[in-house]
Design a protein around this ligand. Sequence first.
Ligand SMILES: Nc1ncnc2c1ncn2[C@@H]1O[C@H](COP(=O)(O)OP(=O)(O)OP(=O)(O)O)[C@@H](O)[C@H]1O
Ligand code: SF4
Ligand SMILES: [Mg+2]
Length: 319
Amino acid sequence: MSLLQAVDLVKHYGGDGVFFGGGRRKIRAVDGVSLFLSRGETLGLVGESGCGKSTLGRLLSRLEEPTAGKIFFAGEDITAWTGKRLRALRRRIQIIFQDSGSSLNGRQKVGAILEEPLANFGMEKARRRKRVLELLATVGLEPEHALRYPHEFSGGQRQRINIARALALQPDLIVCDEPVSSLDVSIRAQVLNLLHELKKRFGLSYLFISHDLASVHYLADRVAVMYLGRIVEVLTVRGLLGNALHPYTRALLAAVPVPDPQRGAFYREAIQGEPPDPGRPPAGCRFHPRCPCVRDQCRGVEPVLRDVAPGHKVACHFV
Ligand SMILES: Nc1ncnc2c1ncn2[C@@H]1O[C@H](COP(=O)(O)OP(=O)(O)OP(=O)(O)O)[C@@H](O)[C@H]1O
Ligand code: SF4
Ligand SMILES: [Mg+2]
């Protein structure tokens, strides 16, 4: 059984109400996404900026209401949960954001930050104190760090604090939204290692959202590739390097910077064409204006995400 499942999930922003003939343009941030995540698994979610990754992460964490579609968690339909049941769910699904600083309250000491979720869920003071020390040790921080403020830490340490807070209530799933993107490469590797160890130790599942294919390759078991609100390919991380089939996935892989002394320190193949506009998705295959393999059919008919091999799905007419 999947831990998490999305069925035809949709999130549109705007497009509501017309004001003097204007009104807000409808943004199709997530536009019909179905996927699953197994217990103990890391699903990488990749795609260009604005394709809807964070929106999907927030929908799956029930931080935003979907426009349509369903979300199942541990076999239960959680799409419309409210009140007590939603509160209990918050314990089981946590989220970590890219900007490690702004998600921590700068006026609270780290000890208080980590105690807060424990207090909210009714743990008494003495046990909370003990748990805070345990959490600090789990993420590689020292007991005395509990007495410091977030601004007294480096970016990598602040992300460790966020991870500790996410772990406080022993969740099943952590949605990691670009958790290492703002960190230096060496610090990035340390935080990725920590996430990897914690997953093994606590049997966690991650939805790991990232621009950086190297990080996804390191941490994920499977990868979902998103383009303009839709999933265009799902495959194992091992398949990603040798067996990616969708022209967009291949373009993303080609766009990874590689050292090339002849062309400059790093050379990257740019993905052709204009970046996508989720307010105006093209007809037919959404990738067709930029696809090097485009044919007539692509302009009129949208391809469905279909199985091409066990565990490998692709949305392209010509794969
Ligand atoms: N609250 C909102 N109101 C209106 N539009 C929004 C809102 N949140 C996101 N969007 C729009 O939805 C689209 C998808 O945004 P989202 O943040 O999910 O993309 P992303 O893939 O996470 O991008 P990035 O890689 O830059 O973080 C974008 O066009 C964005 O401007
Ligand atoms: S359906 Fe056509 S345009 Fe879309 S990815 Fe496949 S070949 Fe390219
Ligand atoms: Mg984002």
